[in-house]
Ligand binder design. Structure first.
Ligand SMILES: [Zn+2]
Length: 703
């Protein structure tokens, strides 16, 4: 098939699918298949724009526009929500928001109804338009059909100008009844949402009227800001008083249960009160209740209650920053297992990794998924060539969940090698996991060095995994401590390594000497001591390496295990790890190089850093040459006593504006906030101007 023929065929197919789905609520193909075809067509059209049809279905990706109902521009932001797949991720959203605000916040939790998102526009209290979400900017005007719904008030008791968001849905029982009565098999809907979607778009409202759609409303946007309540709970009670249908299954979270209860009472709302710690309990309860509800829900929505804070946090391009949707089901996709590779980590752990056909999952294309260990592979009876289902759950690493179809190539269950794939020393089993126990195993050594230098640890900018690999192979880096003693001049001439690279690497290494002791402690990569544990150790009196080593030498497990959150196992692991002669050699060499080995050294360093930004409030926009990621610029500001915020307000004193700074820059100009360029900022920091890398070397620093 020629490219042109393939484009023509995909265009035709997708048009049929779109029409069926958006006009009749019928999915002819699975979402995955639909996405796959759409991606393929987008890719082909990108390569051959001259072959794109003027009415290509790709122009409507993610939109629900149809030809039947006029398009209307929304006057309020109608965005979808960022997603979470675990209670930990929701808790993380709570704490991230509270930290960002720097003060107390409370959160409303609502059921995420699996229906059709709708915006009801009222002018002077009269319903003038009901508009589907569409692509978030433009939706379809479906007013005549929505007007048939008894749960949507046609006029309000007050002459307000308001836009109300809600979810139109069909109860399960109504769906079963209507579907059973539908004689034409082909016209039966797959689920309540499909039937509701089809109904909202019926051409005759007299037909739509026969389907008992209903709505739960959950947001109100008043044209007159002065009429807007100050928090979400009062929005809900106000909406209810205007005659809108509100979901009674409301939950509310605050730092303690009593506070949450009081806020619900103040707003005159029924609802369940929870403290933040009870999030997992709440999610478990809702997950269990889900199947007994009269309507379908696919998740829970958590929103910041305080509207002033919502305004401050604002929106990303795609989502509000003040809300998150917990989804009951993690995104899943099918892929073929092409191969299994085996990785050796910095701790020596050997992990099998599935190499799969490129697959779209939760918004990104994945090619690899974890398989945990041999036991897991055995349980799945997984063989190369099998078709597998992969999912993204709590964390970002996708995992193989199950085998959906066995291979027909005669492959049997995969067995991991008995030798380390890197150094070929025998693999040792420890509690179901496989380890290479050779401390000098090249993959382990490289992993340790790269971990030590990584952004979250010592942050030696130019020393990414690929550079470590290069310098290791050249014999320049064979240990963490070599970072501070190696003669990097000898790297001159290595592929992509010019004088400039050497200079930057040396500069990065020198800068890392000022990292605080807690960071050094965690960068060592010792079992159980991550960033958080390192900080806890320092706070609990282990504020120098000597204090730690002394306790280890006394074999004083209790000194560690008595720390809140540590326990005996952790205590024993710390003692075992720091008893290692090899680790102690590294520590002594690092001490000699001038790396901080006590909190006292941190303090000395801080005193030398003047607080030149004290009393200033900085915001940042655009991208930078010298600060990548740009959070590095924020750290520089904070180090010098400045405060950083995420949006420009009247209190902001400086806007650090890089390339492509858009709306924040305009806002700063409007408010008369001082705008600082990257060069000016570097001058303020007393550093040289941003260096532009030559193309020859540039690649090395993207790592
Ligand atoms: Zn090895």
């Amino acid at each position: 098939m020629s490219i042109k023929e393939e484009i023509d065929k995909l265009t035709q197919e997708l048009k049929v699918y779109q029409d069926k789905y958006y006009k009749e609520g019928i999915s002819l193909v699975s979402d995955n298949e639909y996405d796959r075809l759409t991606d393929r067509l987008i890719a082909l059209e990108k390569e051959h724009p001259e072959l794109q049809h003027p009415d290509s279905p790709t122009k409507r990706v993610g939109s629900d526009l149809t030809n039947d109902f006029p398009e209307v521009k929304h006057t309020i932001p109608v965005l979808s929500l960022d997603k979470a797949y675990s209670d930990a991720a929701v808790l993380e959203f709570f704490s991230r928001s509270i930290q960002k605000e720097g003060g107390a916040l409370s959160f409303a939790a609502e059921e995420k109804i699996d229906g059709i998102s709708m915006v009801l526009y009222y002018e002077k209290g009269i319903l003038v338009r009901a508009v589907t979400r569409g692509n978030g900017e433009v939706g379809n005007d479906v007013t005549p059909n929505i007007m048939t719904m008894h749960s949507v008030p046609l006029s309000l008791p007050e002459p307000v100008d308001i836009a109300v968001r809600g979810e139109v849905y069909l109860e399960k029982a109504d769906f079963e009844r209507l579907n059973a009565a539908e004689a034409d098999e082909a016209k039966k809907a797959a689920n309540p949402r499909n039937l509701a979607a089809g109904t909202v778009r019926r051409q005759k409202s007299s037909e739509a009227c026969r389907v008992p759609l209903t709505i739960f409303c959950y947001e109100g946007f008043w044209s007159n800001k002065a009429e807007t309540p100050s928090d979400h709970l009062h929005i809900l009670s106000y909406l209810r008083s205007l005659g809108f249908r509100i979901n009674p299954h409301l939950a509310f979270f605050d730092s303690d249960k009593e506070k949450a209860r009081k806020k619900l009472d103040d707003a005159g709302l029924e609802g369940e009160a929870y403290s933040f710690e009870e999030i997992d309990e709440f999610i478990k309860k809702k997950t269990a209740e889900r199947k007994n509800l009269p309507y379908e829900i696919d998740g829970l929505v958590f929103k910041i209650n305080e509207l002033g804070v919502r305004e401050k946090f604002g929106y990303t391009e795609h989502h509000p920053r003040w809300a998150i949707a917990y989804k009951f089901e993690a995104p899943q996709a099918e892929a073929k297992l092409l191969d299994i590779t085996v990785q050796v980590g910095r701790t020596g752990r050997i992990t099998p990794v599935a190499e799969i056909t490129p697959t779209k999952l939760g918004g990104s294309t994945i090619r690899r998924a974890t398989l945990h260990n041999q036991e897991y592979i055995d349980e799945l009876e997984l063989a190369i060539g099998d078709t597998v289902s992969v999912s993204k759950r709590g964390d970002v690493i996708p995992a193989v969940e199950s085998v959906t179809e066995k291979n027909n190539e005669g492959n049997t269950t995969y067995k991991m090698p008995l030798d380390c794939p890197c150094c070929h020393s025998p693999v040792v089993q420890v509690g179901g996991l496989q380890y290479c126990q050779n401390y000098d195993c090249p993959d382990q050594v490289k992993g340790r060095i790269a971990y030590f230098a990584s952004v979250d640890e010592m942050d030696i900018v130019t020393l990414g995994p690929k550079t470590v690999e290069l310098l290791y192979n050249a014999g320049l880096l064979r240990n963490i401590e070599d970072i501070y003693t190696a003669d990097f001049q000898k790297a001159a001439g290595l592929p992509g390594f010019g004088d400039k690279s050497i200079e930057l690497l040396q500069k990065g290494v020198k800068e890392s000497l000022s990292r605080p002791f807690a960071t050094v402690l965690s960068a060592l990569g010792v079992a159980d001591i991550g960033k958080k544990s390192a900080e806890i150790l320092v706070k609990n009196g282990f504020d120098s390496i000597d204090k730690i080593l002394n306790a280890v030498d006394r074999n004083d497990t209790e000194a560690f295990s008595s720390i809140a959150g540590f326990g005996t196992v952790t205590g024993e692991r710390i003692i075992r790890a720091f008893s290692s002669e090899r680790l102690r050699e590294t520590i002594e060499a690092l001490r000699k190089a001038g790396v901080h080995m006590s909190a006292e050294e941190d303090e000395k360093d801080e005193e030398e850093n003047e607080q030149v930004f004290a009393g200033q409030v900085w915001c940042i926009t655009g991208s930078f040459q010298h600060f990548n990621p740009r959070t590095k610029a924020l750290k520089e500001i904070e180090k010098r006593g400045g405060r950083t915020v995420s949006s420009v307000t009247g209190k902001t004193t400086h806007l650090l504006s890089g390339e492509g700074g858009g709306s924040k820059r305009a806002e700063a100009e409007r408010l008369g906030v001082k705008i600082v360029s990257e060069d000016e900022f570097l001058e303020m920091l007393g550093q040289e101007k941003a260096e532009t890398e030559s193309d020859e070397n540039g690649q090395m620093f993207l790592l």
